[in-house]
Design a protein around this ligand. Sequence first.
Ligand code: DAH
Length: 357
Amino acid sequence: MSSGTESSGADTANSPLSVEEIKVAALAALTVAGSEAVLDEWRVSYLGRKSDLTNVLRSISSLPADDRKAVGASANLLRASLEEALAEKTQELRGAAGSVADALDVTLPGRRRRRGGLHPTTQTIRELTDAFGAMGFQVAEGPEVEWERYNFDALNIPAEHPARDSWDTFWLESPDGEGRSDMLLRTHTSPMQARIMEKADPPIRVVIPGRCFRYEATDATHEWHFFQLEGLAVDKGITFADMKGTLFEFARRIFGPDRKVRFRVDFFPFVEPGAEMAIDCFKCNGQGCSLCKGTGWIEIMGAGMVHPSVLRNVGYDPEVYTGFAFGMGVERIAMLRHGIDDVRQFAAGDLRFLSQF
Ligand code: DAH
């Protein structure tokens, strides 16, 4: 027993750790503790019955009387501060775990990213070119800034001809600043008829989508810029019946298999005879409603047999070749199909409108 007491006293006297050393080791270990289980181990190691600190407190009675008070005070202070640090760390770990759990519910579906989409005009152009593509037409595009010659003269609309009044035109200024030049923003896609025939030999079957411009006041049915889809077929022996058959098939593909078509005489300088094509109203089946303004018919496009002068202008012999041409407003087709009542919506850039398509 006495040797035990002695040895215990000697141990304490030679204790490898002072209160200060215990504090440093304990706080270092606490800082890196990352879970409540590790905190529990830490509590046993530094505050438990067999811990160095408990040993120090137990050994106080064996210290010289002068040291007892100071060692006892600092050891008790350390004990209190370690207990407090433990409580704080426990809180911290629980708090962190709690907030992570709140923020992350792995069972929730992911948030969808908003994706862009094709503009309704683009979608309509694709549907139209697909319909004609299936009937053997190629697709071509041309310049929006056009020569007066292609936009008018080549199409049998000479200067001073009253027909020019049908196309209010944005003219480019002449380079010397004196009045207008002989360039303009194309008023229709028809100039591409002449451009294509100049470059290629028949047979030709082509559709041309593109933006057009008119110097006009805007309202619900008029824009100063809009899209058209032009069509042209030239070959030996093409007749008005070919045109009717092609456009009838087009109408069925775009507006449904039950559509009827109607051709009535109309005038365009670059076709002869010229026609206006209408379909029976797909909303009321021709009974008469607000969409067809009570007529039962909806006008879709202008069309006709390519005028001999136009063929001659591009070097084709009208005695050998004939053809038909047509032109329609893309936004108008989109408006009819989707029930859109204001053409200005297409260029307004309003996502509430655009995201519906
Ligand atoms: N270019 C005409 C317009 O803008 C539309 C048109 C009518 C085109 C008859 C044609 C056609 O090819 O044959 O009003």
